[in-house]
Design a protein. Structure first.
Length: 278
């Protein structure tokens, strides 16, 4: 490589990067890539405390893993919320920790729902290690705590990581009850303002989404309003069904059949099926 070429390419690189830098999507001082890697680490550390069998090494010191995970979380919060300081970040971690025993108990109900609801399930260990729904739901439940604590960025990274791995897209803002089971799971979408009761079972390809968006004066969707449906207790939603709208309520003990397009409410106990020949 001759000197003329090196000088020329260096000048071109400098000019090109100057233009590229103007397009940078974030002005934050922290590394987005670093936060993502640390968030994935956090998921694995906390999930191993819930289920030591997920660890690649034995024996597992659950307390040590949990402490490591909480320290990781505290460091990330201090990076993305520097205004909180050490004390404020520590308080968020304490509140997160206080919720973990409840989440662990809820996950036991989710595993039981999967074991009792899937005739192909041979053991609870199979569900925890092999079922994509367990990975997606357990990750969502951790993310939901942080979402409620108003921690930015981390909850969404958590659920999108699970989405990438499982094909199941659960927004961390959704509120989901106990004994929740997603069978097969691929293509499931659950929106931010969706609520789901207890003992609900949904199948692959189900969308619990928004019907339309209210727009502001500039024509942009208004954030923070109710957009997604409410699902009651003991509801079954079969494969490919789409339930849309913030005013749509599916009552207790309802059944929504496969490939149904639903934009109105169902009274408790109603059943709706897709009958293309009728």
């Amino acid at each position: 490589m001759n000197d003329n070429y090196k000088d020329e390419i260096s000048q071109k690189v400098a000019r090109a990067y100057e233009q590229i830098a103007k397009t940078h999507c974030s002005s934050k001082s922290y590394s987005l890539g670093h936060i993502k890697l640390k968030t994935v680490e956090l998921i694995h550390l906390i999930r191993k405390t819930f289920c030591p069998q997920l660890s690649h090494t034995r024996p597992v010191d659950g307390e040590e893993l949990l402490l490591e995970g909480l320290n990781t979380l505290r460091e990330m919060i201090m990076e993305i919320r520097p205004e909180l300081g050490e004390e404020g970040a520590g308080q968020v971690v304490k509140e997160f920790l206080a919720e973990l025993p409840s989440v662990a108990l809820t996950l036991v109900t989710d595993v039981r729902a999967a074991y009792e609801g899937d005739p192909a399930a041979k053991s609870v260990e199979e569900i925890m290690i092999a079922y994509p729904a367990y990975e997606a739901i357990s990750t969502y439940r951790l993310a939901h705590i942080l979402y409620k604590l108003d921690v930015p960025l981390i909850p969404r990274i958590m659920t999108e990581y699970a989405h990438q791995k499982t094909g199941i897209d659960i927004h961390p803002g959704a509120a989901i009850g106990n004994y929740f089971f997603i069978d097969h799971g691929t293509g499931v979408v659950i929106g931010e303002t969706c609520t789901i009761g207890h003992h609900v079972k949904i199948y692959q390809g189900v969308t619990l989404g928004a019907k339309s968006f209210e727009l502001d004066e500039n024509g942009n969707p208004i954030k923070g309003i109710k957009r997604h449906p409410d699902i009651g207790n003991h509801v079954v939603i079969y494969a490919g069904a789409t339930v849309l709208g913030g005013n749509t309520v599916v009552g207790d003990n309802c059944v929504v059949g496969g490939n149904v397009w639903l934009v109105h409410s169902l009274k408790p106990g109603e059943k709706i099926y897709n009958n293309p020949d009728s």
